[in-house]
Write a protein that binds this ligand. Structure first.
Ligand SMILES: Nc1nc2c(ncn2[C@@H]2O[C@H](COP(=O)(O)OP(=O)(O)OP(=O)(O)O)[C@@H](O)[C@H]2O)c(=O)[nH]1
Length: 433
């Protein structure tokens, strides 16, 4: 079993996301005593008889909101069975934008709904975005079941509607689980609830602790975006030249034949350096410095890849965009595309289709993409970029679209069409069997 699970949360305002995360931290005893004292005092000040656990999360959030650029905070917690990295995203502003940022590396996402409201437009949109980002597993936390008298039928209806939607988005049956919870009372979050005898499944934490996690794609073709060129030029290392970065996919070993993109130069890996010495191999996720056999002209932003299965450098990206800006996208827009460590000028040639995540259908050649809409576009870049299909590599298949005027992020881009529905032009995808 993997010892680490990366997860993200998504939900609409007031569904109880902060309370749920607070409850997880509190019941797994991941909260420091002084934090808890502060929360208890603040709750008493507000006239509450029990600690308001959402303050654990919201406290951190207000600190974060003073900084302008970070919209996701990562929280770490652990149980004896597993460690967790939780991408915690504020729910109330620019929902989709934060979901995209938080979920892009998640192995599982917990989506919240309010049991009184059930599956709403926002839930369907979030599920579509999570499917698009390739998040392999979903949990639907049907929250506030205390407010519907722990009614089994209410839960079943919501669970079925959601599972059907997720199936249509391409999720297999075993990869989606609905759990009736009350974040406030603590039902089925960490402790099993006596109020839901009709629910036989695991609690949220039990599920998070035992769900199989797909291993990092170590057997995927090797990809290494160069972040820094290291040339110390000190008397000790007069000729040292190394390329620092993080292995984005696959594994590398000394002696491996590689190609440097976009130039297409070939060489072999001589050594893998780290501050703690040389390594016999480095797999996805590992930060290292590569020393190559030949002295090539390699710059920040280049990609070192397995020679046998290198990505193709292209100047036209056929891509799926999740539009994150209030300013709508129109064909002809001039933008910047940031791929790995490289930023190039670009131009949106054509809007091919827009995805209607409510009806699970597409609209051809739309005039615009508005905030939170997902669509396919042809994007022409000024210099060829070594990209992969997003489905092959979540790192080298993704890019950001940036406003050249003020540097804000306009869209998250994925090369190709990660959602099956985006591949067909007009067909409405019917729900699975
Ligand atoms: N009765 C009941 N109330 C709940 C439950 N979970 C959350 N609440 C209440 O719902 C309200 C919203 O909860 P928050 O946790 O702040 O919800 P949120 O808006 O999703 O949080 P963020 O968007 O993450 O800030 C608060 O008043 C909570 O006390 C629950 O299981 N049962």
């Amino acid at each position: 079993m993997s010892s680490l699970l990366r997860l993200a949360t998504a939900g609409s305002v007031d569904d109880g996301k902060s309370t749920l995360v607070g409850r997880l931290l509190y019941d797994t005893k991941s909260v420091l005593a002084d934090q808890l004292d502060a929360v208890t005092r603040a709750s008493v000040d507000r006239g509450l008889s029990t600690p308001d656990l959402s303050l654990l999360v919201d406290g951190l959030r207000s600190e974060r909101e003073q900084g302008i650029t970070i919209d996701v905070a990562y929280r770490y917690f652990a149980t004896p069975k597993r460690s967790f990295v939780l991408a915690d995203t504020p729910g109330h502003v620019q929902y989709t934008r934060n979901t995209v940022t938080g979920a892009s590396t998640a192995q599982l996402a917990v989506l919240l709904v309010d049991a009184r409201k059930g599956v709403i437009e926002q839930t369907r949109r979030h599920a579509a975005v999570l499917a698009l980002l390739g998040v392999p597993r979903l949990v639907l936390a049907v929250n506030k079941v205390d407010l519907v008298d722990y009614d089994e039928e209410t839960f079943r209806v919501i669970a079925k509607e959601f599972t059907d939607h997720a199936t249509s988005l391409g999720y297999a049956e075993g990869s989606v689980l609905a759990i009736p919870v009350s974040a406030l009372v603590g039902d089925n979050v960490v402790e099993r609830s006596a109020h839901t005898p009709w629910y036989a499944g695991p609690t949220l934490l039990e599920h998070l602790e035992t769900v199989p996690v797909a291993p990092d794609p170590h057997d995927a073709p090797f990809r290494f975006p160069v972040q820094y060129v290291i040339r110390p030029r000190t008397p000790e290392y007069p000729d040292y030249r190394g390329y620092a970065g993080q292995v984005a996919a696959g594994t590398v070993r000394p002696g491996d034949e590689v190609v440097v993109l976009p130039a297409g130069l070939r060489t072999t890996v001589e050594r893998i350096d780290t501050p703690d010495g040389e390594l016999p191999e480095a797999a996805a996720g590992r930060s290292v410095t590569l020393v190559l056999a030949d002295d090539l002209d390699i710059a920040r932003g280049d990609v070192i890849a397995a020679a046998g299965s290198a990505p193709v450098a292209t100047d036209e990206l056929d891509a799926t965009l999740a539009w994150l800006s209030e300013k709508p996208l129109r064909p002809g827009a001039r933008v910047l595309v940031k791929h790995g460590a490289r930023t190039v000028q670009a131009f949106v040639d054509e809007l091919v289709s827009r995805f209607d995540e409510q009806k699970l259908s597409t609209v051809d050649y739309p005039e615009t993409l508005q905030l939170n809409e997902i669509g396919r576009a042809k994007v022409r870049v000024a210099e060829p970029l070594p990209v992969d299909e997003y489905e092959v590599s979540r790192r080298t298949g993704a890019f950001l679209v940036i406003d050249p005027a003020d540097g804000t992020t306009l869209a998250a881009g994925m090369v190709g069409a990660p959602l099956p529905v985006l591949r067909s032009d007009r067909d409405v995808v019917s729900p699975g069997p």
